[in-house]
Write a protein that binds this ligand. Structure first.
Ligand code: MRU
Length: 344
C-alpha cells in the first residue's frame, strides 16, 4: 500500500491525490505553508489525513522557526493551518493536540521541544493506523455476508494515515472471510469515489464496481446492497453527521429501502461541543470544480454555481456509528458521550 503521508528528512511527503489514479507522484512539503497549501488544494484530503498533515505542519513549522519568539510563531503557524478547510474537525483536533504538547514542553531547550513535537506528529500518524484497524474490527461483524457494500467518497487509506475508516470496515470484513463486493459512488464534483476509492480497492484486490451518484437509489432498491458504510468529517453531539456532499441523499435512500447506513469514524471526529449538525460549518469550494471536469468545461461560460463540499445527515438516518472504542447507536447524545468518556 502506498503511504498517504510521511515525515522524512526532506519534509512532509504526501501522495498527490489530485493526480491519482493517472499519476502516482509525491508532493514534498518543505515548510508549514506547503502543508497548508496541500490541505487547501486537496493534495491531501479526508478528515483523519488532514489531521495528520496539520500535526506535521505544526512540527515542521516549529522545526524551522526563529527561536526568539516561538509562542508567536506557533500562533501564526496554527492560524494558517486552521484556515485551510473548515469542516473536518480532525484538523482543529490535531492543531489543539500539538499546541497542548508545545505548552507542556515549553520549558525544554529548543532542540528538545522541537524533537518532542516531531515525535508527537509521528505519533498522531501511527495512532491513526491503529485506530482505523480497531474501527475495522468493530465494524466487520455488521457487514452482511454475500452482499454488496455501498460507499460514498473516499474514506480509505488515502483519507487517513492508512487502512481507512469506511474502507477499513470493508477491508476487515474481507479479512474475516466474508464474500462481499463494493459499489463506489463516483462522488461528483471532485470524484474521490471514482479516482481514489476504486483505485485503492483495486490495489487490494477487493471487488469494486464504479457507479455514478444518481445510480445509488436504483441499486439500494434492488435488494443487492447489504449496507452502506461511509466516513465522516464531523459528528455533532446528537449524532448528526457531516460528510462528503451527497451522503445525505444516500442515507435517505438507504432508510427508504431498509438498508442499514453505517458511519465509520475515529473519536477525534466527534465534536460534542456542537449540539446538532446545523452548527457544523460547511465548506463552499470553487465553482470550477462543478463547471469543469479534468479541466474541460461542461457548462456554459459564466454559469453561476453552488458547491458545498459537505452535507449533514440527520441522526435518524444513521443506523450506527462505528468508532475505535465501540459502536454507538441511538440515542446518540448518550452513546457518543459514553464512548468519548470511556478509556481506550
Ligand atoms: O473533501 P474531502 O475529500 O476531504 O472529503 C472527504 C470525506 O468526506 C470523507 O468521507 C471523510 O473525510 C472521512 S475520511 C476517513
Amino acid at each position: 500500500m502506498i503511504e498517504t503521508i510521511q515525515w522524512t528528512g526532506e519534509g512532509v511527503v504526501m501522495i498527490d491525490q489530485t493526480l491519482l489514479p493517472n499519476k502516482q507522484e509525491f508532493f514534498t512539503c518543505r515548510d508549514y505553508k506547503d502543508v497548508a497549501h496541500a490541505i487547501r488544494t486537496m493534495v491531501i484530503r479526508g478528515a483523519p489525513a488532514i489531521g495528520v498533515a496539520a500535526a506535521m505542519g505544526v512540527a515542521i513549522g516549529i522545526a524551522q522557526a526563529d527561536q526568539t519568539d516561538l509562542d508567536a510563531q506557533l500562533a501564526t503557524i496554527s492560524a494558517e493551518l486552521a484556515g485551510t478547510r473548515p469542516t473536518a474537525v480532525n484538523l482543529f483536533w490535531a492543531i489543539d493536540r500539538m499546541n497542548r504538547v508545545y505548552r507542556e514542553h515549553r520549558h525544554l531547550a529548543y532542540e528538545d521541544l522541537r524533537d518532542r513535537l516531531i515525535l508527537e506528529a509521528q505519533l498522531v500518524r501511527a495512532e491513526d493506523i491503529e485506530i482505523n484497524t480497531a474501527i475495522g474490527r468493530n465494524g466487520a461483524p455488521l457487514v452482511p455476508d454475500h452482499k454488496t457494500v455501498l460507499t460514498h467518497c473516499n474514506a480509505g487509506a488515502l483519507a487517513t494515515a492508512g487502512y481507512g475508516t469506511a474502507l477499513g470496515v470493508i477491508r476487515a470484513a474481507v479479512e474475516s472471510g466474508k464474500t462481499i463486493d463494493v459499489f463506489a459512488d463516483e462522488t461528483r464534483p471532485f470524484l474521490q469515489g471514482a479516482r481514489l476509492t476504486v483505485w485503492e480497492l483495486q490495489q487490494d484486490g477487493i471487488d469494486v464496481k464504479l457507479i455514478t451518484d444518481n445510480m445509488a437509489g436504483h441499486f439500494l432498491h434492488s435488494g443487492r446492497i447489504g449496507c452502506v458504510v461511509v466516513g465522516a468529517d464531523r459528528i455533532a453531539a446528537n449524532g448528526d453527521v457531516a460528510n462528503k456532499i451527497g451522503t445525505y441523499s444516500v442515507a435517505v435512500l438507504a432508510k427508504e429501502n431498509d438498508v442499514p447506513f453505517y458511519v465509520a469514524a475515529p473519536i477525534s471526529t466527534l465534536d460534542l461541543t456542537l449540539a446538532t449538525g446545523d452548527e457544523i460549518p460547511i465548506e463552499e469550494r470553487a465553482a470550477k470544480e462543478v463547471t469543469h471536469v479534468f479541466g474541460v468545461s461542461v457548462a456554459p461560460q459564466d454559469t453561476e454555481v453552488r458547491n458545498p463540499a459537505f452535507d449533514v445527515t440527520p441522526n435518524r438516518y444513521v443506523t450506527a456509528i462505528i468508532t475505535e472504542r465501540g459502536v454507538a447507536r441511538a440515542p446518540y447524545t448518550e452513546s457518543l458521550r459514553a464512548l468519548m468518556e470511556s478509556s481506550k
